[in-house]
Design a protein around this ligand. Structure first.
Ligand code: DC
Length: 205
């Protein structure tokens, strides 16, 4: 049976790092679903209509070089509030989740809406100041000049929008395992995720 691991949580909580590591550990496919919304956002910033961009998304759009920028992230959070954009991206995500080798999907609504039957659901979070510090360090290393306070304000604005939208808001599924990475290093956070997933993987084989 194919095992689906749903990993949700707010921006910069460590979902991406944990998801990639557990996918590699268990030999599963990995999809960063935020990249779908970011690719739509990048096209909107280039003048495209959001719904048309979501319906016409291609591998080339997903490989655009500017997807990790702060502008794209904020716009991603805005287009993600549009029900027609979300609806256009559901099938691609569910098809991915059906991969025979098993799949890890990270995002905001994977355990609640996209894959409510996932065998394992994790909700990865951390305090806003810690997440802003990580994002600030990451952006500063790439030469960005935003202050820490600007990055913190961005993180809070995105949390606010992602948690309070009407369609598929960010929230833990009732059966999600909570992992708070505020005081964990990467190895400890990955180990906690592997501990939560391993029983389901061995039970499925
Ligand atoms: O995970 P990320 O920072 O790359 O996500 C960018 C934005 O996309 C985020 O602010 C909210 C949205 N998103 C979403 O609404 N649902 C998902 N499954 C993934 C991302």
């Amino acid at each position: 049976m194919n095992v689906v691991v749903a990993i949700d949580g707010p921006a910069a909580a460590g979902k991406g790092t944990i998801s990639k590591a557990v996918a590699a550990h268990f030999g599963m496919a990995y999809l960063d679903t935020g990249s779908l919304y970011r690719a739509v956002a990048a096209r909107v910033l280039d003048g495209a209509d959001a719904v048309a961009a979501a319906r016409g998304l291609t591998a080339e759009h997903l490989a655009a070089p500017n997807l990790r920028s702060a502008d794209v992230a904020q716009m991603a959070s805005q287009v993600a509030a549009l029900p027609q954009v979300r609806a256009a991206l559901v099938e691609f995500q569910r098809d991915f989740a059906a991969r025979p080798e098993g799949a890890v999907l990270d995002g905001r609504d994977i355990g609640t809406v996209i894959c409510p039957d996932a065998q394992v659901k994790l909700f990865v979070t951390a305090r806003p100041e810690i997440r802003a510090r990580r994002r600030y360090d990451e952006q500063a290393a790439q030469g960005a000049s935003d202050s820490f306070d600007m990055v913190l304000a961005d993180v809070r604005a995105r949390d606010e929008r992602d948690m309070n939208r009407a369609d598929a808001p960010l929230k833990p599924a009732g059966d999600a395992v909570l992992i708070d990475t505020s005081d964990l290093d990467i190895d400890a956070a990955v180990a906690a995720a592997i501990r939560a997933i391993a029983p389901q993987v061995s039970g499925a084989s």
